[in-house]
Design a protein around this ligand. Structure first.
Ligand SMILES: Nc1ncnc2c1ncn2[C@@H]1O[C@H](COP(=O)(O)OP(=O)(O)OP(=O)(O)O)[C@@H](O)[C@H]1O
Length: 268
């Protein structure tokens, strides 16, 4: 069994989750070292989003522990976990389409502010709150123009995906959970997003990424945890994940896994 150390920002210990009689996650343990870029992958329905929901507090585990920097957090409500340093972007963009880019990023600051009114209080002579200026700065740091006055709904999909990540960053997370960040992006947009996520990682934020695009996973993540039917079947370097027989079997089925090495490309 893997050991929890201070160097792990997140550890799952023997976590299980059931919905009624259905076991969706069974006895899953893994560690995410601080500063890592780790992938959480597996076929459809393997339990990846459920693990994200358990880490971010939308679901409570039936068994096991979730440790953030060695502290058990499984009883802590979701909104408080943001304050502890866990932020998340979603599979489907959840920006407010009729608000501006800056306003959307400011929504991500809420967990740190006293409330929405506190954030709207103008603190400078120019009538902009410190929160507003910070959101603009964060966008500038991430090379995203602020498009003054332009609402999010009018922007290209690839830009909106990035804005959603920046909104999660506005909570100043230590750990950022990214659920299929490349879904719906073309190859050029995916490359651009990969570079963008590397830059975020270089600022010290730990990334845990659910992603079906194995090109992105290989370029971004050093290590991967693989789930199948709610159980962990692999925990190791991304470079060797597609050589693992259990992973091949999970993606290709038992007959193909043994004889069809070509099939490894489908894991990709
Ligand atoms: N609230 C729920 N109630 C009942 N079953 C659920 C619930 N949430 C998830 N499940 C089931 O748990 C299993 C795992 O779902 P989950 O969404 O975590 O998989 P996933 O690996 O993220 O899949 P995908 O790659 O398709 O997004 C699925 O069989 C799903 O139907």
């Amino acid at each position: 069994m893997t050991q929890t150390t201070d160097r792990n920002i997140l550890s799952l210990r023997n976590v299980s989750k059931r919905f009624g009689g259905l076991s969706v996650i069974t006895d899953v343990s893994f560690d995410v070292p601080a500063g890592a870029r780790m992938a959480l992958i597996g076929p459809n329905g393997a339990g990846k989003t459920t693990i994200f929901n358990l880490i971010s507090g939308f679901y409570q585990p039936n068994e096991g522990e979730i440790l953030l920097e060695s502290r058990a957090i499984q009883g802590i409500p979701s909104r408080k976990r943001i304050g502890l340093g866990v932020a998340r972007s979603f599979q489907n963009i959840r920006l407010m389409p009729h608000l501006s880019v800056v306003e959307n990023v400011m929504l991500g600051q809420q967990a740190r502010a006293g409330g929405i009114l506190d954030m709207l209080k103008p603190l400078s002579l120019f009538g902009r709150s410190a929160w507003h200026r910070e959101a603009e700065q964060l966008l500038a740091d991430m090379d995203l123009p602020t498009y003054p006055g332009e609402v999010v709904a009018t922007l290209p999909y690839g830009v909106r995906k990035k804005i959603e990540v920046v909104r999660a960053l506005a909570a100043r997370p230590k750990l950022l959970l990214l659920d299929e960040p490349a879904a719906g992006l073309n190859a050029a947009e995916t490359d651009n997003l990969t570079a963008f996520l590397k830059r975020i990682s270089e600022t010290g934020v730990t990334l845990l990424v659910v992603e079906h695009d194995m090109g992105l996973v290989r370029r971004l993540c050093d290590d991967a945890v693989v789930l199948n039917f709610g159980r962990k079947i692999y925990d190791g370097p991304t470079a060797t994940v597609q050589d693992n027989p259990l992973v091949l079997e999970a993606y290709l089925g038992p007959r193909h896994a043994s004889k069809d090495r070509q099939g490894a490309a489908h894991v990709a």
